[in-house]
Design a binder for this molecule. Sequence first.
Ligand SMILES: O=P(O)(O)O[C@H]1O[C@H](CO)[C@@H](O)[C@H]1O
Ligand SMILES: O=c1cc[nH]c(=O)[nH]1
Length: 312
Amino acid sequence: LLSNGLVHVKNPHLDSMDEDVLYHLNLGTKTHNLPVMFGDVKFVCVGGSPNRMKTFAQLMHKELGLEGDGKDLKDICAGTDRYSMYKAGPVLSISHGMGIPSISIMLHELIKLLHHAKCRDVTIIRIGTSGGLGIDPGTVVITDIAVDSFFKARFEQVILDNIVVRSTELDKDLVEELLNCSKEIHDFPALIGHTMCTYDFYEGQGRLDGALCSFSNEKKLEYLKRAYDAGVRNIEMESTVFAAICGLCGLKAAVVCVALLNRLEGDQIKAPHEVLVEYQRRPQHLISLFIKKRLGLYNQMELLDNAFFLNN
Ligand SMILES: O=P(O)(O)O[C@H]1O[C@H](CO)[C@@H](O)[C@H]1O
Ligand SMILES: O=c1cc[nH]c(=O)[nH]1
C-alpha cells in the first residue's frame, strides 16, 4: 500500500484520457460524480452471485444501524446486467459472476472506480462458496495462499502474446484477524488453508459428473489427495486472479469461502436449498463482525446475537 493509502492503478495511459467509461458497471467519470458517490468506501466485498451481494449489503445496512429501510437498497449498476453493486455506508458489495475472466473485468473497473473516487485504505474481501477438500461441509476457509491447478502460488496472465506470471500473495495479518474474529462467533467452523483456483467447475476440478470426463475415479482421488497434501482445503474459481490484481494495486485482500461439500466424498451439491443458503450466510456473518470490529461498533451483547444467528 502507498503511504497515503490511495489505491494504485499502474497504467500510464489513464492520465491522458479525458473520460473513463467503466462500461460493465455502467458508470463513468463524466456521467457520475465518483468521489461523491464512493469517496467514503473502506470495505469492498465481492462474490459470484448478485443476490448474495444484495443480501450482504442489506445485512451491513442493518448491522451498521444505517438510516432507512435496507430492503430497498438500489443496484448502482442497474443499467447493466453484467454485475450488481450495492452500498451500505462505507461498505460496497459487488457481484463478479463465475470464473477468472468475469472477476478480472469487474476488478479492473472497480479498482479504477476506487482510484477515481480517491478512496483510501480500502480492504477488499471475496465472500464465496467452494468445494471443500477433506473438511466438513459448512466449514469456512480463510485463504492463506491462492494456488493454481499445479498447487503453485501464481497466476498466469496472457498479455499480448506473452505469459506474465503474477504472485498470488494475500495479506497475512488480515488472515489472522479474520480467524480471530471467527473464534468470537459461537460454534463457527473456520480454518486457514490454501485455496485452489481453477478455470472450470467440472473437468477443471476433477469432477466425474460433467458432460465430458476422461479420467477414472481413482485418478480423480489421487489428484485431490495430492492437492490436500499440498495444503489445499478448498477449490473455487477466482482467488488467484483476485489476489494477483488486488496485490498489484495495493489493496489489502482476503478470500473467505464456505465449503458446500467435501470433494473427497462426492461431486454433486446435494444439500437442501435452506442448508446451502445458511452456509452462504456464514462468510457474510464473519465479515460483518470483522467490519463492525474495525469500525469500533462491536460490543459484548452481540456475542449472544451471534450465537442466535447461527442457531436459527
Ligand atoms: O460462490 P461464488 O462466489 O460464485 O464462487 C464459487 O462458485 C462458483 C461455482 O459454482 C464459482 O464462481 C466459484 O468460485
Ligand atoms: O465444488 C465447488 C463448489 C462451489 N464452487 C466451486 O468452484 N466448486
